[in-house]
Design a protein around this ligand. Sequence first.
Ligand code: AHM
Ligand code: MG
Length: 335
Amino acid sequence: MSKKNQTLGEFIIENQADFAYSSGELSRLINSIRLAAKVVNHEVNKAGLVDIIGAYGETNIQGEDQQKMDVYANETFIKTLTNREIVCGIASEENDDFITIEGHKKDHKNKYVVLMDPLDGSSNIDVNVSVGTIFSIYRRVTPVGTPVTKEDFLQAGNKQVAAGYIIYGTSTMLVYTTGNGVNGFTLNPALGSWYLSHPQMQFPETGTIYSINEGNYIHFPQGVKDYIKYCQQEKPEGPYTSRYIGSMVSDIHRNMIKGGIFIYPKCSQNSSGKLRLLYECNPMAFITEQANGKASDGFERILDIKPTELHQRVPFFCGSTKMVEKAEEFMTAKD
Ligand code: AHM
Ligand code: MG
């Protein structure tokens, strides 16, 4: 039950039983993420003041320009998690391969792996628009005491024990699930504390917002084109509203509160879409389902896809259940 002015720290202690296996390790892990998020938030907020924004001059494995803040956020999350010895491995959008964390005693005793996109939508920083961090947590599948392997990271999304995102927006929020609903905490920057502001978040069953980069319309599959036309048709509630920030965390966060669908489909020039399964779609899909929404690749449940590669991409349809179902109808009819 949510209490007035409850902080994230208090919430974690009070809901210890929600944490799978409840050994305290997972709560310490969430605690580390909330700490790293505060540090990144501090820098993101200053981005317009100091000469820290702009391309860093390197490209990541996806062949995209890395922004300075991407690098900073990546290092901050990795350092914070590594120093606290609570994970045995990390995979990040910004690193080609996963990182093995052996622990100070070099005994590989930690049980969890974290997959993350340290700063999603980072090109938005240059124009003072919201960005986010996305994280996904699994229990390792290889034996404790041995170095992690790719197998520990290539788990289906339905095996996630926790997932969340931080949205660096007009206020900064941390939203996460451990498989028992979704709770959102807002940072009070003056105190450095996260307060439970959005208990048990739920997608409305349906909505009137559709979020998709319509500039790519010509490259979309016919099913998506038909669904967009459906969104634009006159209906009792009027044509739907188009809202696209270009920062998935912010687009989905808004749609979770107001009711809507987010789509990043495959395109003729990119057969799997743009978004990454392991550290973008899976965590957002876990949160979405926990908030009564639905997430698929247009046909199949995202969380049931068996990953084959760390940086694998997947088409993504995510949001209010009825809207995703409707979009899937159009996909099935045409693809
Ligand atoms: P990034 O991880 O390189 O920032 O890319 C992911 C972002 C999402 O947040 C957003 O929904 C999408 O890219 C926008 O892409 P596009 O500009 O093609 O619409
Ligand atoms: Mg990203």
